[in-house]
Write a protein that binds this ligand. Structure first.
Ligand code: PRP
Length: 211
């Protein structure tokens, strides 16, 4: 039997993924060791392989078939736009992609003014403003701490992930519009879905029972 390979998103998402996999009898103790610098982990008995990657790279590993399965946030799936099958909503890491800013930015949004939008997600932002809102905007790509942008005058609004809302609140910003709901998803390589159909379907069935 060949190995079924999982690409997990480094960090909290991987930990939660290991928790739910454990519930369906898939274990990889070695991966829990936080001290370890190891990148690829093998479960010989179950013929499974796991590796940790940066979120935005997970869809790439899955599209090329270096991983059969990926567990990654919907934000990343939408932003990367790779060719893969999204087979399951794992429900954890739930949050929302939102347009946020100071209350004073509401009018500029409503009037469809040519505003600047800072974000880590330029593709999601472009799709939302151009295809859904039919508003021309200037998109500024940032890499983190997006909330800073409207506070220091880089942009009028931002498109970012809102989980508890406390980052916004502590910085005097608010949700102005919701773009889409987010959570962790299971994605599958298109060829693997055919070649490993039985194993992948069994895994999805088991996970559905515990979620
Ligand atoms: C995310 C997101 C927000 C924050 C939202 O940032 O970009 O800044 O979490 O969470 P909250 O609604 O619970 O406050 P993250 O901490 O991942 O880091 P980043 O700013 O570097 O993207």
């Amino acid at each position: 039997m060949r190995y079924l390979t999982f690409a997990l998103t480094k960090g909290a998402l991987a930990e939660e993924t290991l928790n739910i996999l454990e519930k369906v009898g898939i274990t990889c103790e070695e991966m829990r060791d936080k001290e370890s610098r190891k990148l690829v982990f093998v479960n010989e008995e179950q013929k499974l392989k796991f590796f940790l990657a940066k979120g935005p790279d997970v869809p790439t590993y899955v599209e090329y078939g270096a991983a059969d399965i990926g567990i990654v946030g919907r934000d990343t799936i939408l932003e990367e736009g790779k060719k893969l099958y999204e087979v399951m909503d794992l429900k954890f890491s739930a949050s929302r992609m939102c347009v946020c800013g100071p209350a004073s930015a509401k009018a500029a949004l409503a009037n469809k003014q040519l505003i600047r939008v800072a974000t880590k997600y330029p593709n999601i932002t472009k799709d939302y403003f151009y295809n859904k809102r039919h508003q021309t905007v200037e998109i500024i790509k940032l890499n983190g701490s997006i909330e800073l942008a409207p506070m220091v005058g880089l942009s009028e609004v931002i498109v970012d992930i809102v989980e508890t809302g406390s980052t916004l609140k502590e910085n005097g910003l608010e949700v102005l519009e919701e773009v889409c709901p987010l959570s962790a998803r299971m994605v599958v390589n298109q060829v693997s879905m055919k070649m490993e159909d039985a194993r992948i379907r069994a895994l999805i069935r088991d996970l559905k029972q515990i979620l």
